[in-house]
Design a binder for this molecule. Structure first.
Ligand code: NCD
Length: 308
């Protein structure tokens, strides 16, 4: 079993992943898990750049007593014309867990693997481990009460057409109830109809707009995203979405600002030290969530989940 899409997860699994990530957060539990993946190896196969995703997967492995091998696509035999499926077949000999980031949406249809494969971002489609880390952040900011995720007002702002984190985040939040999504983008960067249909068919709601600041005071979460320049040919910019401290005068007490990062100029630095800024917390909690994902799926695969 692999984690390719949020569609692979039911609500009970999401709940379990949050609880397990929460368990990993506490240093006093360390002795119970620090060797749980001893002798196991993770390899990140990343065809696109990454800072947080690649490092947090590696850190997660180290925290669990496992290890990782470095694989650098730019120096690999892919550049001699090797196919992705030959690369995967080879890497299966060295890895127990394989994470893949690739610019093509259908990359996971191009090969089979007998190892645990985790999607670390496929084109404009999904980034499930990012959105699970995002969910953990929302959960942590709401007293770790899973019920608080219901009824949220969340503004998702920026490049909703080419950004994959937003697709996974919306799919994940649709497992909860009565969430209202404010989907804010320029017309050229609107979210796909497929995602809008999913919302329509759920017990959540959405509203689309080009501007978000008028909604800020009613929001619980603001999720900013950058323009996916590497996927866009025409000259769009999102500079007018820039958020500054002055915009936050009347926000709710528990309002939070998130961003999967990297940021360009979506969020001014004057916000970083305020209580609203949760984007660095997101990358910190990503380690615990990835520990949770790795152990849950790895042990599920080899059918020894009782080990935990
Ligand atoms: C995101 C991605 O790769 O989709 N980055 C990340 O993993 N945190 C967001 C982005 O690149 O804009």
């Amino acid at each position: 079993m692999s984690l390719i899409s949020i569609d692979n997860l039911d609500f009970e699994t999401v709940k379990y992943l949050l609880e397990l990530a929460n368990y990993y957060e506490y240093p006093y539990n360390k002795k119970n898990y620090e060797n749980i993946l001893k002798g196991k190896t993770l390899i990140n196969i990343f065809f696109e750049n990454s800072t947080r995703t690649s490092l947090s997967f590696q850190k997660a492995m180290l925290n669990l007593g496992g290890n990782y091998l470095q694989y650098d696509v730019s120096k690999s035999s892919i550049n001699k014309g090797e196919s992705i499926s030959d690369t995967i077949k080879t890497i299966e000999n060295y890895a127990d867990i394989i994470t893949i980031r690739h610019p093509e949406n259908d990359i996971f249809k191009q090969f089979n693997s007998n190892k645990l494969v985790i999607n670390a971002g496929n084109g404009t489609d999904e980034h499930p481990t990012q959105s699970l880390s995002d969910l953990l952040t929302i959960y942590n900011c709401n007293n770790k009460d899973i019920n608080c995720i219901n009824n949220l007002n969340i503004a998702i702002v920026g490049d909703l057409r080419y950004g994959r984190t937003v697709n996974s985040l919306i799919k994940l939040l649709l497992k909860f109830n009565n969430i209202t999504f404010y989907l804010i983008s320029p017309n050229e960067l609107k979210i796909s109809n497929e995602i809008k249909l999913l919302i329509t068919d759920s017990n959540c709601y959405y509203k689309e707009d080009n501007d978000y600041k008028k909604y800020l005071d009613a929001m619980d979460v603001l999720y900013m995203t950058r323009l996916q320049k590497e996927r866009i040919k025409n000259n769009i910019n999102l500079d007018y979405y820039n958020l500054s401290f002055n915009d936050l005068k009347n926000v709710k007490k528990n309002f939070i600002i998130m961003h999967p990062f990297p940021r360009n100029n979506e969020i001014n630095l004057d916000i970083d030290n305020t209580k609203y800024a949760k984007y660095f917390l997101q990358s910190k909690l990503a380690v615990y969530m990835r520990m949770s994902i790795i152990t849950h799926f790895y042990y599920k695969n080899i059918n020894t989940i009782s080990k935990l």
